[in-house]
Design a protein around this ligand. Structure first.
Ligand SMILES: *Cc1c(COP(=O)(O)O)cnc(C)c1O
Length: 437
């Protein structure tokens, strides 16, 4: 079991100054218990904590680090840019280069606006959709995550077709009422909402691959069905590709599913590990964004030179021949290895995977819905998590977060994870609760 004395010390002190000791809730290990590992350093597929323990990292900052940690090309881009100034509040060439790269790779993006986070991207896209359609309601899916904007922190109301209710104190009920909630992979639930609120829905926002409840792929025809329903009801279709963009394919999931949304939100990979977000789409819609149009949206640090440099360096690296094929082969090796390890230990496993995003649910039934994900065996998964940590594998501390693979995770590293998984499934199955202390 790794010694976590220094991590514990920092965590205890931080809890007095930072709510819960962390700047984003999942990092506090509330769903698995134990001391959150505090990291000091990363290189390629590996990270080291403040106590000196080494781990293979499958968190990768929850998605951005598609090249692994401290990739020399990204580090060089950031350091050379920093030497010439970190922010100007005036436009720069780099912003044009990144916009061009995005629009070239993501077909539905005819124009794009850079912001500072995925949350900002979805909030801005929602305002734009409302302005463009002159409608106020938005439809989202239960279990999809779009950042922490008020309109998205909404759960289904008491009846199936009622308006949404706040999912956090501080979200006004009257605002939550403007969000409708439907079920992912269930077109009937979408159709029913649209029919009950005819002519009032501005947009449907969807994670084309649900990556914030583990990993659930869209059912065949689901995304095309959303497109058709949007067309029928005059609503815009927004793909939230903050997680999938540039990760599952060169152009994101829209390239794979061949369904064309009106707007796309991006983040994570396009910043290469530095804060960034973006929203883009149809020219006639994006032309409404100020100052070209009348829909206000701004940002002191938007298009920041460091973010743009890190993003461009990352996207350039993914353009090398065979990049996504190599990433796919490494990810398949990991997924197959994990499935085999679970089988060997007699642990039921339903593998959700799209390219280099994956989630092995401890479940006897295939996980294709939020309900099935929620019904997976969290207790066994939690023991598995701690057993993996003890064996030097850094996983997201929740059964409902996707694991990520980078191009720096070579076969040897993957096999190290698989070996740890064989032992960890066996120990979790035997109910040996070791739990890092
Ligand atoms: C991470 C994520 C967001 C939020 O992005 P932040 O940069 O954390 O604000 C929005 N949508 C999806 C699909 C995400 O995965």
């Amino acid at each position: 079991m790794p010694k976590l004395d220094r991590s514990r010390g920092i965590f205890e002190a931080a809890q007095k100054l930072i709510p819960g000791g962390v700047n984003s809730p999942v990092r506090a290990y509330r769903s698995v218990g134990g001391t959150p590992v505090h990291l000091a350093r990363g290189q390629g597929p590996l990270v080291w904590d403040v106590d000196g323990n080494e781990y293979v990292d499958l968190v990768l900052s929850y998605g951005p680090l598609i090249l692994g940690h401290a990739d020399p090309r990204v580090v060089e881009a950031i350091t050379s840019t920093a030497k010439t100034g970190t922010s100007f509040g005036a436009p720069t060439q780099g912003e044009l280069d990144l916009a061009r790269t995005i629009c070239e790779r993501v077909a539905p993006c005819e124009m794009v606006r850079l912001v500072n986070s995925g949350t900002e991207a979805t909030m801005s896209a929602l305002r734009l959709a409302r302005a463009f359609t002159g409608r106020e309601l938005v439809l989202k899916f239960d279990g999809n995550y779009h950042g922490h904007g008020d309109s998205f922190l909404v759960k289904a109301g008491s009846g199936a077709l009622t308006h949404g209710a706040p999912d956090s104190p501080g979200v006004p009920t009257r605002l939550a009422n403007l969000t409708l909630v439907a079920q992912y992979n269930d077109l009937d639930s979408v159709r029913a909402q649209l029919e009950a609120h005819r002519g009032q829905v501005a947009c449907i926002i969807v994670e084309p691959v649900a990556g914030n409840v583990g990993l659930i792929n869209p059912a065949p025809g689901f995304l095309a069905g959303l497109r058709a329903l949007c067309d029928e009801h005059g609503a815009l279709l927004i793909f939230d590709e903050v997680m999938t963009g540039f990760r599952v394919a060169r152009g994101g999931y829209q390239e794979i599913c061949k369904v064309r949304p009106d707007l796309i939100t991006l983040g994570k990979v396009i910043g290469g590990g530095v804060p960034v977000g973006a929203y883009g789409g149809r020219r006639d819609v994006m032309s409404r964004v100020s100052p070209a149009g009348d829909v206000y949206q701004a940002g002191t640090l938007s298009g920041n030179p460091l973010s743009v440099a890190a993003g461009l360096a990352t996207l350039r690296a993914t353009d090398e021949p065979g990049f996504y094929a190599r990433l796919e082969s490494l990810s398949a090796r990991l997924a197959n290895g994990i499935e085999a390890a679970a089988k060997k230990a007699g642990v039921p496993c339903s593998m959700g995977r799209q390219g280099s995003m994956l989630c092995p649910y401890v479940s006897k039934v295939p996980v294709t819905t939020l309900a099935a994900a929620m019904a997976s065996d969290r207790a066994l998964w939690t023991r598995f998590f701690h057993a993996m940590l003890d064996r030097g594998v850094h996983l997201p501390p929740s059964p409902f977060e996707a694991w990520f693979v980078s191009i720096a995770h070579d076969e040897r590293t993957i096999d190290r994870v698989v070996k740890a998984a064989e032992e960890s499934f066996a120990s979790a199955k035997a109910n040996v609760s070791v739990g890092s202390t």
